[in-house]
Design a binder for this molecule. Sequence first.
Ligand SMILES: *[C@@H]1O[C@H](CO)[C@@H](O)[C@H](O)[C@H]1NC(C)=O
Length: 235
Amino acid sequence: MAKAKPAQQSSFGKWAVIGAVLVALYALCSYLDANVDKFFAMTPDALNAAVQTSLTTARMAGQEKNSTYVVDTLLGNLVKTYPDLDLQTHFRNKDEWVFNNAGGAMGSMFIIHASITEYLIIFGSAVGTEGHTGRHTADDYFHILTGQQRCYAAGDLSPLIYNPGDVNLMERGVVRQYMMEGETWALEYAAGWIPPMLPFGLADMMSSTLDYVSFYHTCRITAREMIKNLLRGKI
Ligand SMILES: *[C@@H]1O[C@H](CO)[C@@H](O)[C@H](O)[C@H]1NC(C)=O
């Protein structure tokens, strides 16, 4: 009996500490979440300007349907826009491309930038695809470069249609069915908390395609870029 009371007190103390830690963690997460935009290095406007400039260049050269030409020109413009970001530009190196299966859609991607709060990729397919956009913790700007994307939300009976130069903005939490008609490539910019998006991007690979080689390379390239940027002080 004499021992029961101190034991109860210490267990109460333990729960008080755990409670305080949880409250502090919640406060920290809420604070970081409310200020996530302070970590962003890129802006949708500057990215859009780079896209429009490269599409104009491609049109003037009669190459607006040439995805290689458009991507090449765009990467050059992005480096000029963000010379300090150490963007990845070797899109002609096939080792830097990976297949991505997510939400039933299949495409391939080239990572230009990946950090904790932003990613910038070339995403698309040479043959087209269709699937679920996923429900994300970041705002997603999908700039069409070549081809066409169509999408809709449940309840809409007609699609939204995006052509080269158009931006499909998928706000955090918005969910749609989308399709890309034939050869379609886009510059995809996501700004928000990137790590919670990764399970969606990798789930189909683990549960459906069992393409562990693509899984390995996706993790390898993403981790390499995120760590590189962390070491450069980019969250
Ligand atoms: C497309 O653009 C690339 C890069 O500029 C070029 O090498 C290729 O010849 C072009 N293809 C066509 C069909 O013009």
